[in-house]
Design a protein around this ligand. Structure first.
Ligand SMILES: Cc1ncc(COP(=O)(O)O)c(C=O)c1O
Length: 365
């Protein structure tokens, strides 16, 4: 049910991204960034980082602009794989780079998902949709009443034909973090029967992200693939870099289905921002602060929401606001229409969230 923007709106969004890019190249001041947004479309649909990307990434892009006529050098790609491997306590051969983690999801769908996939619902559907187009069957398991994966029900559905199990933590669209012990036991037990794909696109937004990651199962050579991305907390959604982490045989199989070679400038940017720990810490802190303020406004409005550990919130708007996204458009806010009374709202800057709250109050009357 996502909204298709008109051509004019697309142009506005592009102009906005351009302005944000220009701003973040010099300073990390979300307030000033938000000023850029005034009168322009505020995009709260795609869980992007509203503060742009690291200044170090920008410098790296500018430095490598003149190399835009060259394919990314394999040594450069190997350097990024090596840095990721070192931080994760793995070997470079366990790292699979992709054009966004979206490519890793597609590679996994081709490599492992072609028979039957067990996945929660609602969740991020990319891998399952891709696999379905290749003829796979998807068994969806509703989240429980706490918006968590129902591991018991998922386990029951894993059978002889299951070729992949997908979990997403924090889950998109509900934003909650699975209790790490329960998720780890589920992944470990299930991996004895079939590969498990743990999508950790938003995990770096959580407080103790290394502890919450399933990468320790990869280290133990279990049948688990973890995916991460530079699109979210690193603010590089438009630059398209993501990666998978898996034991060597799984990584090799995934790599067979890589779709294209990498963007030279983007790999340079990823390398530069990977070591910019301050940027990550700031993004995480800003997101948590703005989310807290936003949720206190939702409390004042007596609106329910699922617990969020990510840069978006699953907000109960009630059945009578099923066209909330359409109505928000009149307030220059781009939001998907709610599904079943629930809307996924990206946490933007403070000013953007204030604009959202103001609009919501007006719409609700
Ligand atoms: C849970 C999840 N996984 C993966 C992706 C893919 O992101 P990207 O291809 O930009 O890494 C997204 C994008 O929104 C997502 O929400």
């Amino acid at each position: 049910m996502s909204i298709k923007p008109t051509r004019r709106e697309w142009l506005k969004i592009s102009a906005l991204s351009g302005a944000a890019l220009a701003f973040t190249s010099f300073d990390f001041k979300p307030e000033a960034n938000a000023q850029n947004n005034s009168g322009k479309l505020i995009k709260l649909t795609s869980n992007e980082n509203p503060y742009g990307f690291s200044l170090k990434a920008r410098a790296a892009i500018l430095d490598s602009l003149s190399e835009g006529n060259r394919y990314a050098h394999p040594d450069l790609v190997a350097k990024l794989e090596q840095q990721i491997a070192e931080r994760e306590g793995l070997k470079a051969e366990n790292v699979v780079l992709g054009t966004g983690s979206g490519e890793i999801l597609c590679m996994a769908a081709i490599a492992f998902g072609q028979k039957e996939i067990v996945a929660p619902n609602p969740t991020f559907q990319s891998l399952m949709r891709y696999a379905e187009n290749l003829g796979a069957k998807v068994k969806s398991v509703p989240l429980n009443e706490k918006f968590e994966h129902d591991f018991g029900a998922m386990t029951k559905l894993v059978g002889e034909n299951t070729s992949l199990v997908y979990v997403c933590n924090p889950n998109n669209p509900t934003a909650g973090l699975s209790p790490d012990g329960a998720l780890r036991s589920f992944c470990s037990e299930t991996a004895k029967k079939t590969p498990v794909f743990a999508d950790e696109a938003y995990l770096e937004y959580t407080d103790d992200f290394p502890r919450n990651s399933m990468v320790d199962l990869v280290k133990k050579s279990e049948n688990v693939i973890v995916s991460r991305t530079f699109s979210k907390i690193y603010g590089m959604a438009g630059l398209r870099v993501g990666y998978g982490l898996a034991r060597t045989d799984l990584a090799q199989r995934l790599k067979k289905f890589r779709m294209t070679w990498f963007n030279n400038l983007s790999i340079n940017a990823a390398l530069a921002s990977y070591s910019d720990v301050d940027f990550l810490t700031q993004s995480r802190r800003r997101n948590a602060e703005t989310r807290r303020t936003f949720l206190s406004e939702m409390d004042k409005m007596n609106l329910k929401y699922a617990p969020s550990e990510a840069n978006f919130v699953w907000l109960n708007t009630g059945e009578n606001l099923s066209d909330l996204g359409d109505k928000m458009r009149a307030h220059n806010i781009w939001l998907g229409n709610p599904r079943g009374g629930w809307a996924r709202v990206t946490i933007g800057t403070n000013d953007e969230m204030q604009a959202f709250v103001k609009a919501l109050k007006q719409i609700k009357g």
